[in-house]
Structure formats: C-alpha cells, structure tokens
Ligand binder design. Structure first.
Ligand code: HEM
Length: 420
C-alpha cells in the first residue's frame, strides 16, 4: 500500500510517530468505526505490523469473498506446525491458547462432519423448545431485583442468561455458568499477553478439565446433550478422542457465553439512551425482530475473525503470500455505506439482511438461532416488565478493548417497581 494512501492515525507501517492498526488497542486510544471507515474507503485490504503482521479487510464485498473461500483463506490452527505450518494460527490474532477450536479452526471434510453433528442442536426448530426454558431463566433472574427497583443489566441479566443456556446445552449444570463466564470475559477484555490475560488462560485450563470430566461421564452414561452426541460420533471413520471432544465443547461454550451478552448489553444501553424508540418497541412488539438484527449489524458483538492465506492470492489490489494472516472485520463490513445507507445510524426498521454479524461462508455462526432466541427472551421480558429502566451512564463500564468481543462490563440501571 502506498504511504500516501495511509489514513491519518491508522498507519499500517512502522514509521515513528504513527500508531499501527491494532484491533486490540484500548478504546480510549481509537475509534473503531471512524478508523474502519477511513481504511474501507482508502485501502480495504491494508497491512499492519501489529501482532507479527496481518492484513485487515474492511469492505463488505471483500470480507464476504474471504469468508466464503476457505480454500484460499483458511481457518486452520496448526498448533505445532507439523501439518501446514505454524503460521496457520486459526481464527484469532494473536492465536489464542494452546488448543485448536473445533469446528471453528478446521476446514475440509472433517470440518463438515463436525458441523453436521452439531447442526441438529442449533436449527430454529431445535431451538424452539428452549424458549420457555430461557424465559424461565430470565424471569427468575429478574425476580430477584424487582422489589429493589435497581439491577445491573449486564451482571444480573445479560451475563448469566446466555451462559446458563450454553451450560445446559453442552451438558453442564446451569449453575456452573460463573466458573466459565469469568475467565472467558477476561480473555476477551484483557490485553493479549497481559498478566490478566495469562491468568484467564490458566482459568481456561480448569474449564477444559471440567469439560473433560463431562466427556468421560457421557462416555459412561450418555444423556440428551451435545456432549453425549460428540462422544458417540466418528469422524473420518475414527471415534472422536477425548481431547477433540473437549475442543468441540469448548468451541460451543466460548461461542455462546460472551457474544449474546454483548448484543444484549449494547441494545439495552442504546434503548435507555433512546426512550422514543424503546417506547415504539414496547407498543409495537412486531418491530423487535428487525430491531434485533439492526443491533447485531451496528454493534457487531463478535467484531472480527482471522484467516490464513493458503497460497499466493490477490485480493483488494494486494498480493498476499501463503501463510499471511488476515483479519476479516465483520464490524467494518456491517457499516459499509455501499450496502447500508447512513451505516452509523441505528434504524430499527431497516432491511439488515446482508449483515455479517454472524460471519459469512461455511463457518457462519452455528449458534445464531439460539442467540436470537435468547436475545428475544431477555428483551421481551425487560421491555414488558421494567420497560422504563434508565441506565446510570456514569456507572456504565464498557470493555476497555473490543477486538474480540464488543462488550460491556457493567450497566447499572433503575426502574419503577412493577405493581403485582
Ligand atoms: C449474538 C451472538 C453471537 C454472535 C454475534 C456470534 C458470532 C459468530 C461469528 C462471527 C462466527 C464466525 C466465526 C468465523 O467465521 O470464523 C461464529 C461462529 C460460531 N459460533 Fe457464534 N455468535 C453468537 C452466538 C453463538 C452462540 C449462542 C453459540 C453457541 C451456543 C455460538 C457458537 C458458535 C460456534 C460453535 C461457531 C463456529 C462455527 C464454525 O466454525 O463452523 N455462537 N459466531
């Protein structure tokens, strides 16, 4: 990329005085939407030296092109470098942990077999019976706070509910949600390689041990949960090993715990700041599904996912070599003015169909129906029970960095105590 095409403040080279693009930079040091807008219009495939170097892809068209072409842009994570090379670092930049997430960090025939195993658990039809369960969880959580007139919308509602649903789905006890949510939140909110991040990685080691116990238990006596299905399966004619079963269950847990939480937090905060739209959603509940999709588009809870080029490939005018890393910015694509008019504006009746908040291509989020059902259950209950809530903006805390998940730490709020 020619130096003159570098937008101010988002340098992609290493000249002194210019900060390179880094999606993990603390939010008080950059404005992701403005930076992505500049990159998208001047250089939609731009290189940065951060984290050993990667290309960031920001236009809707090019992000989708990379997402749907796993032969050129691979999700593979080759932990020891023996299969493809160590540069194949999976779907996170920098590569996360010492494990390979399945099916997220694989391509090819085995990927499709795992995906087929999981799919029956995540279709809209399979998700429907969950609705009453999720609604009961929401009601139980909310009930604890009704008489006080105050609640933390993240800590008391948006954190526990999606995490509890995910626990039950994989085969764990709902009450174990906190053990899983804490290290997963730290892992996405802390600076990579910081002491908090390293401690979170250690915590994740304990979670994986819990999942291994579950795998062993389900081999002995299967029940009706994802763990039981995975341990009974064969991939490429071979039984799934304990380690790979843990890798699958961990991918589901990691996918389910922080993302819907982030969507809820952003939506509830935005609605508190826009009481006119909130009133509209209370009075016209049929608008809630399109509002949910608009919140997904504009807040993109999982902002970006990585890939590795499998061969020399030209994209967006740039020549990439085998092993070069790319970051597909779903959040930048979701604000591409070529696809969405006035992309930074929240418009709850907008046609959001081309949004890519759940990714694009064969790895598109398998949990999307469950995420939507969980979001709907929480939003319906909040709007219909404590619909006049007001977030205490002074006490609201966002994640300090939003490279992995665009989330909130805390959203304290007050509301009128409902008459029973
Ligand atoms: C608002 C909520 C959610 C958002 C925004 C979201 C976002 C995403 C995105 C962008 C991907 C694609 C990653 C890639 O292309 O490499 C993905 C994949 C995935 N998600 Fe979600 N997700 C959400 C909720 C969930 C839930 C509730 C679960 C499960 C309980 C889940 C499980 C997964 C799994 C297992 C994958 C990997 C799929 C594959 O590689 O084939 N997600 N998610």
């Amino acid at each position: 990329m020619a130096p003159e095409a570098v937008p101010p403040g988002v340098s992609t080279d290493q000249r002194p005085g210019l900060d390179p693009y880094d999606h993990h930079r603390p939010l008080d040091q950059w404005d992701p939407a403005a930076t992505h807008a500049q990159l998208r219009s001047s250089c939609p495939v731009a290189h940065t030296p951060a984290h050993d170097g990667y290309w960031v892809v920001t236009s809707h068209d090019l992000v989708r092109r990379c997402g749907r072409d796993p032969e050129a842009f691979s999700s593979e994570h080759d932990l020891d470098g023996s299969r493809l090379g160590k540069e194949f670092g999976g779907i996170a930049i920098p590569p996360q942990g010492h494990y390979r997430s399945i099916p997220s960090e694989m391509d090819g025939a085995a990927f499709h077999q795992y995906r087929r195993l999981l799919l029956p658990w995540f279709t809209p039809a399979a998700t429907a019976p969950w609705l009453p369960v999720i609604r009961a969880m929401v009601a139980e959580r909310l009930d604890r706070h009704l008489e006080s007139g105050s609640i933390d919308l993240v800590l008391d509602l948006a954190n526990p509910v999606p995490a509890m649903v995910t626990m039950v789905l994989v085969g764990l006890d709902a009450h174990q949600w906190e053990n899983f949510a804490e290290p997963l939140h730290s892992l996405v909110a802390a600076p990579p390689h910081s002491p908090t991040w390293l401690a979170a990685l250690e915590g994740i080691g304990h979670l994986r041990a819990t999942l291994l116990d579950l795998v062993i238990a389900r081999r002995r006596s299967p029940t009706h949960d994802v763990a039981s299905v995975i341990v009974a399966a064969e991939i490429d004619g071979e039984p799934v090993s304990d380690a790979d079963a843990v890798n699958v269950l961990f991918a589901v847990v990691a996918g389910g715990v922080d993302t819907t939480t982030a969507l809820l937090a952003n939506a509830l905060f935005w609605l508190s700041e826009h009481p006119d739209v909130r009133r509209q959603l209370i009075d016209e509940p049929h608008l809630r599904p399109s509002a949910r999709e608009e919140f997904l588009r504009v807040f993109s809870p999982a902002p970006a996912t990585a890939r590795t080029a499998t061969r020399a490939v030209r994209i967006g005018g740039q020549d990439l070599g085998r092993g070069e890393r790319l970051l597909l910015s779903w959040t930048a694509a979701n604000r591409d003015p070529a696809v969405f008019d006035e992309p930074d504006r929240v418009e709850v009746t907008r046609d959001t169909r081309p949004h890519v908040a759940f990714g694009f291509g064969p790895h598109r989020c398998i949990g999307a129906p469950l995420a939507r059902a969980t979001f709907d259950a929480v939003l319906d209950t909040v709007l219909d029970t404590i619909g006049d809530y007001v977030v205490d903006t002074a006490g609201a805390v966002r994640y300090p960095r939003v490279g992995a998940v665009n989330g909130w730490v805390s959203l304290p709020a007050r509301f009128s105590v409902p008459q029973r």
